[in-house]
Ligand binder design. Structure first.
Ligand SMILES: Nc1ncnc2c1ncn2[C@@H]1O[C@H](COP(=O)(O)OP(=O)(O)OP(=O)(O)O)[C@@H](O)[C@H]1O
Ligand SMILES: [Mg+2]
Length: 236
């Protein structure tokens, strides 16, 4: 089943970052930084937009080295990884430049653990000037500011924020079947209990949908819901 991506504010902010990077003026650097706490929809948003721009997406792992990271980028390009980092950089630079393919690096916090990896990404950007977007947790912005040469190349930022009530309504409309509506008071309760975290909002909405289907309710209210849990163990 295709994953539905609701157009919440964070997704729109991310789209703006991509648009600004693509349409930036000559001389404006082209690295973007997207950051925020876990569960706010960074990966969901990025995997949605990178498809639209025919980008290259890789998610980093704690154990990554320059070799393993670039090998994964090579895989994404449909190429066989090469034994030397420098040769992979050449190949990736060529492909990104030739086809204007932006590079998206998720879990980019791990990039900060290894100067060689960070500098390799900077080399790729400098050689292509095709936008590179890093996606990480809240700490990444602070950590990256210590690396001035990298930091100076960041021209677009998006901080992912907890969902507000409009976002929860948008999520509800996007994720639930059209014949199930949820009263705004219940959505507000969901927002508060999840602190606006989209991961838990999604779980809560699925539980609301289940209740609606089981009881043939077309407008679910706080009265229908009672004091059930929206996430975590369904029955305490
Ligand atoms: N815009 C959205 N539309 C629909 N579902 C969403 C959206 N954003 C987030 N979700 C739901 O929330 C879950 C968690 O989001 P996601 O994994 O993208 O967060 P994250 O910010 O990347 O978290 P982490 O930092 O832990 O990697 C997703 O699996 C998805 O079910
Ligand atoms: Mg993620």
């Amino acid at each position: 089943m295709a994953k539905i991506v609701a157009p919440v504010k964070n997704v729109i902010a991310l789209q703006d970052v991509i648009d600004s990077l693509s349409n930036r003026d000559y001389g404006v650097p082209g690295i973007g930084l997207v950051y925020g706490p876990s569960g706010l929809g960074k990966t969901t948003g990025v995997t949605h937009v990178f498809n639209q721009v025919n980008g290259i997406y890789v998610s980093m792992r704690k154990t990554d080295t320059a070799t393993s990271l670039l090998s994964r980028v090579m895989d994404e390009l449909g190429a066989t990884p090469l034994p030397r980092v420098s040769r992979m950089v050449d190949y990736i630079v060529e492909q990104m430049s030739m086809h204007e393919r932006m590079l998206f690096i998720d879990e980019a916090d791990y990039l900060m653990d290894d100067l060689r990896m960070l500098e390799t990404v900077r080399d790729i950007y400098d050689a292509t000037e095709v936008p590179v977007v890093l996606i990480g947790m809240e700490q990444i912005a602070r950590k990256i500011s210590r690396h001035k040469q990298f930091f100076n190349r960041i021209s677009e930022w998006a901080e992912f924020k907890p969902a507000d009530i409009d976002d929860v309504c948008i999520m509800s409309e996007a994720l639930l079947p059209h014949y199930i509506k949820v009263d705004v008071d219940l959505l507000e309760d969901l927002r508060q209990k999840t602190a606006g975290e989209l991961r838990r909002i999604t779980i809560g909405l699925k539980r609301i949908e289940k209740l609606a289907l089981a009881n043939e309710i077309d407008l679910v209210t706080c009265e229908h819901w009672g004091d059930q849990a929206f996430f975590g163990r369904a029955h305490a």
